[in-house]
Design a binder for this molecule. Sequence first.
Ligand code: IPD
Ligand code: CA
Ligand code: CA
Length: 272
Amino acid sequence: MLSEKDLQALCLSAMPTVRKASHFIFKQIGKVSDDAIEAKEKNSLVSFVDKTAEEMIVEGLQKILPEAKFLTEEGTVEQNEGDVRWIIDPLDGTTNFLHNVPHFSVSVALEINGELVMGIVEEVNRKETHYAWKNGGAFMNGRPIQVTKTEKTEDAVLVTGFPYSIEDTGPILTILDHWIKNSRGIRRLGSAALDLAYVAKGIFDFYYETTLNAWDVAAGAIIVKEAGGMVSEYDGNDTFLDSGRILATNGRLHQQVLDVIQRAYGDNMIIV
Ligand code: IPD
Ligand code: CA
Ligand code: CA
């Protein structure tokens, strides 16, 4: 069992690896030619930048915790279940990166016995590192961060994302319609990991999105929790890593937002 001090030490020792990958990505901005871009699935783009960044991260983390297994987006290393596992998105916001929208990140989380215990999300362009470990609080570049204190969704600024490929947009549009009429504003920025980091540091009051993968949200989720917020699946349970549906709030707004989401899905809370 790792103590809080052990987790802090692990987090600080993983950080140079994350920053190295982030610096690599930064240097590639504007340099990826169209023929170096592949579509993994509809609208899900990837290039050598994602893959090389992932290889750099895996190599660095293997030195810190040789027994740990990996779940990574680009699959550059053997993917295994294990008691101790890194969950990695080497470049979250690839579409932004490839289109020169300056908003993307590197996301690395550590899971022990199925529980998230540490997360690092680095915003590449701003060189801002958001991080947290279990029971240690949340930080950005050495300073503690906290969620907002907003009490009513009418006063909230929220961020969300839209699936790259989906047939039934019904509930998503119903929920958007509600926030257009009943919030201070909606943003869609294009990096789930940063959406969560921005909730953690009090820029946004809440974030929700569906059709995600564990690597999009693992690191950001523990950072939100350690910053005083709440994270759940749309049904209110803790299974967001598996289901790919996540709601992260400042805590005070959690039930109000769940009510809106659940009303939109109605009896049809089945994953689409
Ligand atoms: C994507 C981003 C985006 C979200 C997508 C993700 P990627 O990750 O997090 O904000 O809306 O669902 O797949 O593909 O850039 O790593
Ligand atoms: Ca991602
Ligand atoms: Ca990615």
